[in-house]
Design a protein around this ligand. Sequence first.
Ligand SMILES: [Zn+2]
Length: 161
Amino acid sequence: MVIDSFAPAPLLEIAPSDIGLGVFAREPIVEGHTICVLRGPLLNLQEVRAKGAAAGNVLQVGTNRYLDLEPPGRYLNHACVPNAGLRDDTRLVALSHIPADTEIRFDYSTTIGDGWTMPCACGAVGCRGKIAAFQCLPAELRQRYLTWDIVQRFLWQELGA
Ligand SMILES: [Zn+2]
């Protein structure tokens, strides 16, 4: 099921990054502003598993609810020190001023509730070396992300937050 079609915002461009393709701001973005809303067909876990290797392009938005991300969302890379975050499950917001020609990245751990892990080479000072579930983040960082309201809502429920 396609929830909505996606019209790319003019200020974003998909371009080569140091870890494959990424999403770049081509205009400065003000802290707190919405960068884009992530969209795509809604899948259940069984459908995600059936995708095999392509399952890396999905975003969990609820219990047994996943979006098969369309561009630009599917090209958003992870960062352990992100400049963007997901609010209300699908709305990408700037966590700081983002200068033009900067890659936009969010912390995948704010969207992961299961045992899925992946090695991280985001290059940040303070890179955790591994992308893992929200529950695996240091308590202080979990609290910061919750305060910033950039944690998927199904994870709040799992945390009893
Ligand atoms: Zn990292």
